[in-house]
Each structure stands twice: as structure tokens, then as C-alpha cells.
Design a protein around this ligand. Sequence first.
Ligand code: DOR
Ligand code: ZN
Length: 392
Amino acid sequence: MTDPGAESPQRAGYAGWASQTDIRRRAGGTRSSQTIDTSDPIQTLEIVRPDDWHLHLRDGELLSRVLPYTAERFARAIVMPNLDPPVTTVAEARLYRARILAALPAGLDFEPLMTLYLTSSTTPDEVEAAAASKLIFGLKFYPMGATTNSSQGVTGFEDLHPVLESLENSGLPLLVHGEAIGPEIDVFDRERIFLDETLRPIIERFEGLRVVFEHITTEEAAAFVAESPARVAATLTPQHLLLTRNAIFDGGLRPHHYCLPVLKRERDRAALVAAAIGGDSSFFLGTDSAPHERAKKESACGCAGIFSTPIAIEAYAEAFHRAGAIDRLEAFASFHGADYYGLPRNRDRIRLEAVEWQGPDTIGCGNRGLEVFWAGERLHYRVASAAQGRRV
Ligand code: DOR
Ligand code: ZN
């Protein structure tokens, strides 16, 4: 199997991976209903290199398989801590970061920005240690039972007020998987209920707390973030900008379109696109790329998660292109997140070419294969080259 990270993007070009032997193409694919704005005149687009502000890199062999796809494209990524067992302490995060750097192919320049997994045992001292470490960039809140490896998540914030106060004082953001969980809660209402019952009160009570409402999926969440102070931000995934829940049932059950929070309605998708292209710096790129091997997706009880990294930038470009707003991509992909996290914007650039193409379907083979988001669908932009080190 060819290692996609074996060559640096400078030598191979960003497009190089598409012809490698471990990537297979398959005819067909799911239909999409949106119309393309063909009046968009831009042929090539050079943007500052993006960062991914929400990413699952996994560990061990899977980490080695997926990391090159991120490091070839993104300069930095906020790395989610939902390993098994989860990353709950600064010491564990330091070790995980070292494993990521050890798995990084030579020649690729990539900075993992680590996070801690909030549990009911997290202490204010750990938060202070996290802030002092300069390695940790946020604490991730998973509601217990909400998603992959969330069994050690928390059921509510009631007992965590001292930790939230410590977070508020530290300036580290709380990264929120915003779903209310319970047998009585409809899966499509989880985000809205969480927003009303949990998130709003917390943001009102802790007036200095910085919060990233991760992978938002609803019109209500977009409106909430837009009307909140600048300390409240949101990440947006490519799948929630491009697809609705119909995609999960398009001609049959489509496990590769299953992620959490689950895809929503067209009016939600349209509101998320409006937020992404609207220029509001509270909204930024976070792929939530979450690889699971094929056997774990195509199963009687398939895992939630969409692996989008290999075509993520192009998929965002597709959403912006369809909205006639490709000129807004750079701020969303490369400026807003860095500004929110108080980090310098990247200095190097990538070039996107306006060309119609189909991305790879699969990385690897058989049950171990990783299905790539947007398989079989056309894309209208393609990352073509990088020019490192150029000043912006
Ligand atoms: O779809 C998802 N997959 N949502 C999450 O919140 C977790 C992620 C994963 O880790 O697989
Ligand atoms: Zn995630």
C-alpha cells in the first residue's frame, strides 16, 4: 500500500495522492439536489493554508494511516481526545501528542493542538495545569453516551461549576458536543434541546467562559452563535454544509453518511451555509473528520463518523461555490479559527484550481478500508499546490 504521506506536498503536489494505488474509484454515487452557480468566474484561488479546528486523529495504526492526509493539507488541527481510554490529563495529552508527531511523515510540517476530555473527575487544578502547559487548547465536553467513546462523558454541568470557573479564568475554551441525550429525546431534536436546556444557561451564568459549539447542525444553533458575544463560536463540517438527512436514506441506508450530530433538514443546511459564507468570524472550519474502518461502518450497529480529510478543503469549496461565495472561503477556512484561538494566522498558501473532478472513494481495501466523504460526487475545485512560507 502506498503511504500518502511518504512524499511532501511540495514534491508530490496536493493532487498526487489521487492516483495512488490504495485509492479506488467507483462509478455512481448519491445524487445531490442543489444547483451549481456556474456564474462563479474564479478559475484559481490562492488562500492562506487552512487549519482544521475539529479533528479525530485516532491512535496507533489508524493514526498513521490518516495523519498524512491532514498534515498534507492543514497546518494545525484541534485534536479530539475521545480515544479509548480518553485523554483526560495533561500528561496523557503530552504522550498522545508525541505519538502524533512520531507518526508524522518526514517533510510535513503540522502542529497538533491538543485537548482534554472533560469527565466528572476533572479538577480545577487539571484545568490550570492545562492552561499553563501551552499544549492544551481546549476541554472537550461530551454528554455521556452521545457518541464514539463518550461513556466517560458527563451527564450535566451541575457538579462541574468549579471546573467551569477555572476554565473561565484560564481563557481556555470549552469545546462542546451539543446534544441532549435520553431515550425520550428524538435524535433530530438533540441539539436544539441541549442548546435551550444546557448551553444557554451555562453561557449566561459564566459570563467570561469561551465556548466552541462544535459541528453545529441546526438553524437554531447558527442563530444562537450569531447573536452571542464573540466568546461563543462554532465549527461547521463539510457534510452539514452539503447534505441533509435525506442523504442517509438515499435509495437505501447509507452508513457512510451517518455522523453525530446527525444530518438535519434543508432549512438547517441552508442556515449553516449562510453562516459559513456570511463573514461572521464566529464561524470557522472544523471537519469533524472521524475515520472508522469499513467493517465498523457497514454493520448492524454502525459507528457514527464521516472521514472527509482527503477532500475536505475541496468539499468546503464546493459548498461555497454552490452558494456563489468562493471568495469567502479563505476567511472561514484560514482566518476565523486562528483568530478565535488567539494563534497567528498561517503564512503559507495553497492553490485551488477550478476543475471538475471526483475525489477518491476509498483509502485502503476491504474491511479495513476507509470510505471517503463525497465518494462518487463531482467537485468543482481541487487543491493543486502549496507555496510554503510566503507572507500574507
Ligand atoms: O460522528 C461522530 N464521530 N461524531 C462524534 O461526535 C464523534 C466522532 C467519532 O469519534 O467517531
Ligand atoms: Zn468530533
